[in-house]
Design a protein around this ligand. Structure first.
Ligand code: C2E
Ligand code: CA
Ligand code: CA
Ligand code: CA
Length: 275
């Protein structure tokens, strides 16, 4: 016990597992970054497959690390979720995305990703309401992207929250559709406004076979249920042509544009005018 007290001060012991140590360092770094304001939102356009017009942008979080450069979310969101930092970070994302979108032309929407942890330990409804109120953005211009993990855990409470949010006038999209176990039953559990077909299906369209059949079925499902379908990760003109032909309503992907900083939005909209 005596030893234990002393050990508490020896944070990084020689024997400490390298992974645990790296994790601990990242945690300290993330908390510092939050205080230092090192996060930024990039925006990737969502494009109508019918008209070719930009209908909105998905906000995607980036970390400008002083020495590591631009850090992608896959490298810090999972840990942010584990340590609960995703709650204040997610609130910042909502505030920032709504504030920036309020300056765009009024026909454009902004899509924000929500973590299941924000549902579990944060007050999502309050975060959304205050982001809308502070920015003046109408609720109808905000789309919330959730994955089915939100409905998987604590489903009753989360479902109630989702209904409350949708009641405010925001729309709700099911992200990464097809990657979970019971995407279909969640479509029945909640009136999603949009299905985002996961990139893994879209990227393998050119190989023909299964992915084609799956994407075709989801696009058909969307159109018969009256739910918009967005294909994620569109990288080629062939994919685009095929998706349009199958009745997918919207696309997102490098073929049109990667996520860009907010300052690039105005020129992109100008170039897209008349589409
Ligand atoms: P996601 O929500 O599925 O976002 C789409 C991801 O696909 C983005 O990665 C985007 O840059 C990437 N992408 C888009 N088009 C293409 C393409 O044509 N090809 C390829 N290879 N990739 C494409 P990103 O920005 O690295 O984000 C990764 C994930 O991190 C997101 O996946 C989302 O789950 C999470 N994320 C990002 N921002 C936030 C946030 O503000 N809050 C939360 N909770 N999660 C976020
Ligand atoms: Ca998303
Ligand atoms: Ca997605
Ligand atoms: Ca994805």
């Amino acid at each position: 016990a005596k030893d234990g007290g002393r050990r508490a001060f020896h944070f990084f012991e020689p024997g400490m597992d390298a992974r645990v140590r790296a994790r601990r360092l990242l945690e300290i770094d993330l908390r510092r970054a939050m205080a230092a304001g090192e996060f930024e939102l990039y925006y990737q356009p969502l494009v109508s497959l019918k008209s070719g017009a930009i209908t909105g942008f998905e906000a995607l979080l980036r970390w400008h690390h002083p020495s590591r450069g631009l850090v992608p979310p896959a490298e810090f969101i999972p840990l942010s979720e584990e340590i609960g930092l995703i709650v204040p970070l997610g609130e910042w994302v909502l505030r920032q995305a709504c504030a920036e979108a309020a300056r765009w032309p009024a026909n454009l929407k902004v899509a924000v990703n929500l973590s299941s942890v924000q549902f579990k330990t944060g007050n999502v409804t309050h975060a959304v309401l205050s982001a809308l109120a502070n920015s003046g953005l109408p609720a109808s211009r905000l789309e919330l992207e959730i994955t089915e993990s939100i409905l998987l855990a604590e489903s009753e409470a989360n479902l109630a929250t989702l209904y409350r949010l949708r009641g405010l006038g925001v729309s709700v999209s099911m992200d990464d559709f097809g990657t979970g176990y019971s995407s279909l039953s969640y479509l029945r559990a909640f009136p999603f406004d949009k299905i985002k077909i996961d990139r893994s299906f879209v990227s393998e369209l050119s190989d023909g076979g299964d992915c084609m059949a799956i994407v075709r079925a989801v696009a058909g499902l969307g159109s018969s249920l009256g739910i918009a379908t967005t294909a994620e990760g569109v990288e080629t003109g062939e994919q685009l042509a095929w998706l349009r032909n199958e009745g997918c309503t919207e696309m997102q992907g490098y073929y049109f544009s990667p996520p860009v900083p907010a300052s690039k939005i105005a020129p992109m909209l100008k170039a897209n005018e008349g589409a």
